[in-house]
Structures are given as structure tokens and as C-alpha cells.
Design a protein around this ligand. Structure first.
Ligand SMILES: [Zn+2]
Length: 441
């Protein structure tokens, strides 16, 4: 057992001083505020639970800062992303994912939901181990020290039944049955779980959704949904219903479902999603980067949906920024302030996010929970003078203010690691772009 005395920590929805936590076998065995123990390791700073990043495509990190020239849309950005997807092999995928997950760890993330669709060789042939790419992600998270839910993604079509094309042949298992058989073969470790994803209503024909529901059962299921108005229009044209109605009609909308983005739901969709008690994963920094729009977070919340946060394309990896962006974007959209309390946003980024990834025992500093701690500097140039409470954390702190991170009782990041993580990212992203340039010659 190891005892730590946390100078100021967020427990039971509020900040308390001098919190004694005891950690054994990776879990909290005691959490006592206002303590004055003779022997405990002091942890100075503002301490919050581990953050959960509920929507990641690790390899998109290679695109940061490189897709910002000229005009375009989500769809033209997707062409650039596909070019990267076409070049990765298991070695570069592992190296890129490991560096990306280390950046996440340095930003306070202790668990990631990886929406994984890059399954097969560039021509669509499975690797000798058909889960080689998935196993690379599990290994990347293990080496970075964070937990991972591998949301293995079903992708069958380039759009409403049309066959996959270009890089998409790497994503496709051809049938639901082949996908399910492959996913059943995934080997995971104690810090990884397997969940499922339906890429989108574009990529999985309606006729296949029922079989997915049968296989998924109570596992976490994530679906990209209504990120683009064009997706809604195409779904209405193909099936006569919205994407949310379509997944509901096929038994895929329930309390273990996470709808990623939900940027353009109809009024009826909002009721449907809320009544189902589904999670939504908002990714505001990606949604702004891609020009998706502003999702109706407040109305979804009022209807009963549970908010979580992801960094998706990793244009930014900073869950504090995602938290405040939900409120600040609502202000822009409605010309009103005060839709979300800071504590609600912090809960979205911690306990609710973990639960949506299948980890109900993480995301809170409480007895029995996994021992995750994120230590923030309360006197950085950003946080100094901001009040040392949840409003300071959500509306002032940035990833750079994270000083130390514990996951499952192990310190996985200390401030001194930051420069080395930068070097690792620099090296691996350069490697990916060299591959792309070789392809272009
Ligand atoms: Zn995504």
C-alpha cells in the first residue's frame, strides 16, 4: 500500500484540501479529506481524476498542421487522411499510436477509446494475424501506460451499399460475420478492452445493422452519427429516416451506445437519443477544424443524453479545451452564457467518458476506483489566480499545465518527459510523411 497526501483534489464533485489517498493493487483503498497523516507522499497541486478520451483515430495525429492550406470541406480533408491510411504498416502504426498516446498521457488522459478501422493490408488482404493492426494499438497503449478500449469498427461500404474503394479496402471485412469472427480473436491485456463500432450509416448498410446488434450485446458500441448535413440527406434519401432513427430501428441505440459527434440531429433525434440514455461523444476541436458545425449539447443533455469528450482527429489533444469548448460553442450558437457548469464538464471528461468505454470503475477519486490522478499546476501562467476550483480547471487550464499523471496506481507521466515525447512525435510523423513522399515520386 502507498499513501499520498493530495494538496487539493476533486472528490464527490467538489475540491477538498489535504486528501489522503491509499493505493493498493492499482486501486484507491482509502480517500480521506482534511487529513494530517504522519507518513504519506505529498502531491502538490490541483488533482483531478484521470481523463477519458472517448474518440480517437491515433493515426490522424500525422495530419496535424498539414491540412490547413487552401479551401475545402470535410470531404477534401478526408482525401488527405486516406493518403496516410494507405501507407501505414503495423510498425509505423504502433510507433505513431504510441507517440500519440504518450501525448494524451501528458495531457492527463488515462483511457482512450480507439475507433479502429485500419485493419488489413493496403490491397485488403488480411495480415497473417488478422488483428495485427489492432494488436499494435493495444501494445501502443500498454507502452504509453494508458488503458484502451479498442472500438473495432465495422466498415463495409463506401456509401449506402457501394463497394469500398481506395484506402477503404483496408477497412473492410466484407461481411458482418467475418468482422465478428476477427474481433472475437483479439487478444487483450488487463488494461485493454474490446468494444465495437459501426463506422457510420454510410459505411454499414441498414440490412447489416441487426446482425451487429446481435453480436454487440452489452459491449460498448460507438457510431459516427450526423457529423455532416450531407450524411443526414443521403440517409433520408436511401432509407427515408435520419441516421439516429435508422440505428434505433435496428436495435443499436441504447444505454451502452455512444453517438460520436451528433452535430446535426433533428428535434426528433434529440428526443430519441435522450430517451435511450445514450452517450454522445463531442469532439469540438475536430468539429471546428473540419467545419462540421456546433452540436446541440445542451438540448441533448436536457433530453437525457450523457456527454463525453474526444479529440478525434487530434488537431488538438487537450481535453480541458474540449470541456470548455462545449460551453463556449453553445454561447456562440445561442448568444447566451451558462449552459454547462464546470463540474458537469469535468464529469463528462472523467467518469462519464470512462463509463462509455466500458470502465465503470474509473474516472473518480473514490474507494474501489482505479487509482488515476492528474496533477495540475495551480500557479502556471494560465492557472495562476484562477481560484483553485473546477472553474479554474475547466476554463483556465490547458494540457501543458499537467505536471504528473497516475494510471492504475503507476505514475505514467512526469513533467520532465514532455521534451522527449515531442521528439518521439517529431520523428515518427516525419517517418510517415517520408513514406508518403516516396509514394508520390
Ligand atoms: Zn471519428
Amino acid at each position: 500500500m502507498t499513501a499520498y497526501l493530495l494538496e487539493r483534489a476533486w472528490i464527490d464533485g467538489t475540491f477538498r484540501d489535504d486528501v489522503l489517498v491509499e493505493v493498493e493493487d492499482g486501486r484507491f483503498t482509502a480517500v480521506t479529506p482534511d487529513s494530517d497523516p504522519p507518513r504519506a507522499i505529498p502531491v502538490r497541486g490541483l488533482v483531478v481524476p484521470g481523463l477519458a478520451n472517448t474518440h480517437s483515430h491515433a493515426f490522424h495525429r500525422a495530419l496535424r498542421g498539414r491540412t490547413q492550406r487552401g479551401s475545402g470541406t470535410f470531404w477534401s480533408w478526408r482525401e488527405q487522411m486516406y493518403a496516410v491510411a494507405a501507407r501505414l504498416d503495423p510498425d509505423t502504426y504502433l510507433a505513431l499510436a504510441r507517440a500519440t498516446y504518450r501525448e494524451m498521457a501528458a495531457a492527463g488522459t488515462t483511457c482512450v477509446g480507439e475507433f479502429h478501422y485500419l485493419h488489413h493490408q493496403p490491397d485488403g488482404t488480411p495480415y497473417a494475424d488478422p488483428n495485427e493492426m489492432g494488436h499494435a494499438l493495444v501494445e501502443a497503449a500498454r507502452r504509453a501506460g494508458i488503458r484502451l478500449t479498442l472500438l473495432d469498427t465495422l466498415y463495409l461500404s463506401s456509401g449506402f451499399g457501394a463497394p469500398p474503394e481506395g484506402a477503404q479496402v483496408r477497412y473492410s471485412d466484407c461481411t458482418v460475420e467475418a468482422w465478428a469472427t476477427r474481433v472475437d480473436g483479439l487478444a487483450v491485456d488487463p488494461y485493454a478492452r474490446v468494444g465495437a463500432a459501426v463506422h457510420s450509416v454510410r459505411a454499414v448498410p441498414a440490412a447489416d445493422l441487426g446482425a451487429v446488434a446481435e453480436w454487440v450485446g452489452a459491449r460498448p458500441l460507438h457510431v459516427h452519427l450526423s457529423e455532416q448535413v450531407a450524411e443526414n440527406d443521403a440517409c433520408l434519401e436511401a432509407y427515408g429516416v435520419t441516421p439516429a432513427q435508422l440505428v434505433a430501428d435496428h436495435g443499436l441505440l441504447g444505454p451502452s451506445t455512444t453517438l460520436v459527434h451528433a452535430t446535426h440531429p433533428s428535434d426528433d433525434d434529440i428526443d430519441l437519443i435522450g430517451t435511450a440514455g445514450a452517450y454522445v461523444s463531442f469532439c469540438p476541436t475536430t468539429e471546428r477544424d473540419l467545419g462540421d458545425g456546433i452540436g446541440p449539447s445542451g438540448r441533448l443533455h436536457d433530453a437525457g443524453a450523457r456527454l463525453t469528450l474526444g479529440s478525434d482527429s487530434h488537431a488538438v489533444i487537450d481535453l480541458f479545451e474540449e470541456m470548455r469548448a462545449v460551453e463556449l460553442d453553445e454561447r456562440l450558437a445561442t448568444q447566451q452564457r451558462g449552459h454547462w457548469m464546470a463540474g458537469e464538464l469535468l464529469r463528462a471528461g472523467t467518469a462519464t467518458g470512462h463509463a462509455s468505454l466500458g470502465w465503470n470503475d474509473a474516472g473518480a477519486i473514490a474507494v474501489g476506483q482505479r487509482a488515476d490522478l492528474v496533477v495540475l499546476d495551480p500557479a502556471s501562467p494560465r492557472t495562476a489566480g484562477t481560484g483553485r476550483d473546477e472553474q479554474a480547471v475547466v476554463f483556465a487550464a490547458v494540457a501543458e499545465d499537467v505536471r504528473r499523471v497516475m494510471a492504475d496506481g503507476r505514475w505514467i507521466f512526469v513533467d520532465a518527459d514532455r521534451a522527449e515525447i515531442g521528439c518521439e512525435l517529431d520523428e515518427v510523423v516525419a517517418r510517415v510523411w517520408r513514406l508518403l513522399e516516396e509514394e508520390a515520386r
